[in-house]
Design a protein around this ligand. Structure first.
Ligand code: ADP
Ligand code: MG
Length: 706
């Protein structure tokens, strides 16, 4: 490795337009994928691979698989079956297949004439005319043209206006460009960084070898490893990617340590008064988290702290105590919630708690009437209001704080790191950076947390408030729905309340709302003496809020909802949670939903309704949720069942999109990543900028580097 700063005349840093055939128009399209330099093409990594090394005889095709087929067109016709479509019948002597096009040009239609020989690729499925491929990739071939039998075909992230074929070509060009002797992609890792990372006795491949491989994996490579993302080449890249993120976050933390924030000493003693006036005593875990927060807030550097606690562990109070400390120091505080419903709920809690200490709390959401928005804005700008709760609308332009010293973000996984940054900039005034408190219910093991949140200090609330009775969970076929209705009837007669969560219909929001409305009608008919309410995502915010308020006040006993109530809703009197089509939901989501009940002293129940037949995976999932209510344990089982990759996606960690690494799958790399980050920060600071630039696009960078 050569040391020294990155030089702009290095080939890898040339703009993509330096490549043959890439003009301004194409450059623009590529920019949408974050590709502006030649090297960006190399680091645009395939999302998956397809095996196109073998032409499959049509007689051997299996529905549901993707395959290359080749044959002669026997018939091509435009048909009208509901929609106008082009049907092409292809035969290879062993059988035939239909190609179906819903979108086609007249040129295309002419080119697909009888007698023409085509090679196609696509997913084979059963159609009305036998096996078919809808919108295959295809091209005309001469007889006896060979297939590329050597390497698997990479599939890249897609963007409009750029075909996979063109992308593959461009990547090939970029690879050729950077091959020695004319060029080389620069390896910024000091060799010690990779020490001890040998795979099965052999060292990890070099950066160039790794890149060459992932873009053109040899067909003889271990495909299992490759598809799972565990191939040494992928691990070499994953290591570097994790390292880049780690460096970026660590720099951010270092930077925060050198920045000035207002020390919040709460001379007015508001925080203590607020805690005194609560109707309950803090758990020792809450008290500990409050102490840690207080300690940070009293310092002259910005706090960057994550409070992690399972659903129902009582994070809101910790936030309120921090807010009181800021207000008691004469400063402003903003709490940002991921949805309007939650903002509203927090506002209600805060409003009640802060009334006891004589402070007003403002609410600010996007759908508020213009007039109340205006007056809230004015009160914020004049400093008359110190505590503001809202959605991300809080940080839109036109809202100015006079003295914002603390930002609280609830359910952090809904916001990205980037949003946190924007928000921080917003509060930056007179050389002072606001403190940040982030609250999340996502259970995350310690080593992962140290990576995903390397810029944050962490407090854990590992204890639930006392007096909770565990929620009883039952799994029932939906044919036993009437028993569930009976159960609700019973609970409500005793003064309790219930939730009924309707299935998520991914294909159509419209259908989802219709189904929810139907369910509401049916339940209202079956339970005529109850007030049945409905909340779903498409209702105007005011309507949702009114319904939630009615539910909270027990004017509504049964609340039918789509999954909008997933996060954070708190109505302790509700003791029954019914979840329809529970077999379709993920474990984390079920856990969150179940967390809505069991918040008071009364015994609660969660009913998981499923539609038979249950797949093995769905059965295992439902069993897991029935058997345990520990968030960490559920996260662990989730990992076992689904395999890594999904649970801690971007959404949940707040880490920017990872291209090749996966925090869970690559956990074993993390200690080495941490060590390498420390080494580079100390001895090779010049590597930081090029590494982070390479892996973290300019738009998502965590603060300026270098
Ligand atoms: P979460 O951590 O999921 O955000 P909340 O802050 O909504 O949890 O708290 C859940 C419920 O527990 C609320 O009704 C809250 O008032 C109550 N609660 C919080 N702390 C305590 C405590 N120390 N003792 C009793 N109840 C508490
Ligand atoms: Mg909460």
């Amino acid at each position: 490795m050569t040391s020294g700063t990155a030089q702009t005349d290095e080939r890898e840093q040339h703009p993509v337009t330096a490549l043959r055939g890439v003009g301004d128009a194409l450059a623009k399209v590529l920019a949408r994928l974050g590709v502006t330099q030649v090297q960006d093409l190399l680091f645009l990594l395939p999302q998956r691979y397809e095996d196109r090394t073998r032409i499959v005889p049509m007689g051997e095709l299996v529905p549901g698989s993707s395959a290359v087929v080749e044959g002669e067109i026997q018939l091509a016709e435009v048909a009208f079956r509901r929609r106008r479509q082009l049907l092409v019948r292809l035969s290879d002597g062993s059988g035939f297949i239909t190609l179906r096009f819903f979108h086609f040009s007249s040129q295309q239609q002419q080119a697909l004439a009888r007698g023409i020989r085509l090679r196609c690729f696509g997913e084979v499925r059963r159609g009305p005319l036998g096996l078919e491929i809808v919108h295959p990739e295809y091209r005309q071939v001469r007889a006896a043209e060979t297939v590329d039998g050597n390497s698997l075909t990479p599939v890249y992230p897609a963007t409009e206006g750029l075909t996979q074929g063109r992308l593959r070509q461009l990547v090939k060009l970029a690879l050729a460009e950077l091959r020695p002797p004319t060029g080389a992609v620069r390896d910024w890792l000091p060799s010690q960084a990779l020490a001890g990372l040998a795979e099965n006795g052999g060292a990890l491949p070099t950066l160039r070898e790794a890149l060459e491989f992932v873009h053109h994996p040899d067909v003889d490579a271990d495909q299992q490893l490759l598809f799972e993302g565990r191939h040494p080449a992928q691990r070499r890249l994953a290591f570097e990617e994790l390292l880049a993120h780690q460096l970026s976050l660590r720099l951010r933390k270092l930077k925060a340590g050198s920045e000035a924030a207002s020390p919040l000493t709460d001379a007015a003693g508001l925080s203590a008064r607020l805690i005194q006036s609560l109707p309950f005593k803090l758990t020792s875990a809450q008290a500990r988290a409050c102490d840690e927060v207080d300690h940070d807030l009293s310092a002259g550097q910005p706090m960057l702290r994550l409070v992690q606690g399972d659903v129902g562990s009582g994070k809101t109070v910790v936030a309120a105590a921090a807010a009181a400390r800021a207000a008691g120091s004469g400063a402003q505080v903003a709490l940002m919630a991921p949805t309007e419903l939650l903002a509203e709920q927090h506002w209600r809690n805060f409003d009640t708690w802060f009334k006891a200490v004589g402070l007003p709390v403002a609410l600010l959401t996007g759908s508020q009437p213009a007039r109340s928005r205006r007056s809230a804005r004015a009160a914020i700008a004049s400093g008359e209001i110190q505590i503001v709760i809202g959605t991300h609308a809080l940080f839109q332009d036109g809202i100015n704080f006079t003295n914002l010293a603390l930002i609280i973000v609830d359910e952090q996984h809904r916001f990205g790191v980037q949003q946190r940054l924007t928000l921080q900039e917003k509060g930056q005034a007179a050389g002072r950076v606001p403190h940040q408190l982030i609250m999340t219910a996502t259970p995350i093991p310690r080593t992962l947390a140290m990576t995903a949140y390397a810029d944050l200090d962490i407090s854990v609330i590992d204890e639930l408030p006392p007096g909770r009775t565990p929620v009883k969970t039952v799994v029932l076929s939906e044919q036993r729905r009437h028993e569930v209705v009976e159960r609700i009837h019973h609970a409500c007669r005793e003064g309790r309340q219930a939730y009924w969560v309707c299935p998520l219909i991914e294909e159509s929001e419209e259908l989802e709302y219709q189904a929810a409305e139907e369910t509401r009608d049916q339940l209202a008919e079956a339970l005529p003496h109850l007030n049945v309410g409905l909340v779903h995502g498409r209702q105007p915010a005011a309507q949702k809020e009114a319904t939630m308020a009615d539910f909270k006040a027990n004017h509504i006993q049964l609340l039918v909802a789509t999954t909008v109530i997933e996060v954070g809703v708190d109505v302790p009197n509700a003791t029954v949670m019914v979840i329809e089509n529970a077999e379709r939901m993920g474990l984390a989501q079920l856990h969150q939903l179940r967390g809505r009940v069991g918040r008071g002293a009364a015994a609660s129940m969660c009913v998981l309704l499923y539609r038979a037949p249950l797949s093995q995976l769905a059965r295992a999932r439902l069993n897991a949720i029935r058997e345990t209510s520990d968030g960490f344990e559920i996260a662990r089982r989730d990992l076992d069942l689904r395999g890594p990759g999904e649970m801690l996606g971007t959404r949940q960690t707040g880490l920017a999109q990872l291209r090749v690494a996966d925090l869970l799958r690559d956990q074993d790399l993390l200690p080495a990543v941490q060590r390498a980050a420390a080494l580079i920060l100390e001895r090779y600071p010049d590597s930081i900028a090029p590494l982070t630039a390479r892996w973290i696009g300019a738009g998502e960078r965590y603060g300026r580097v270098g």
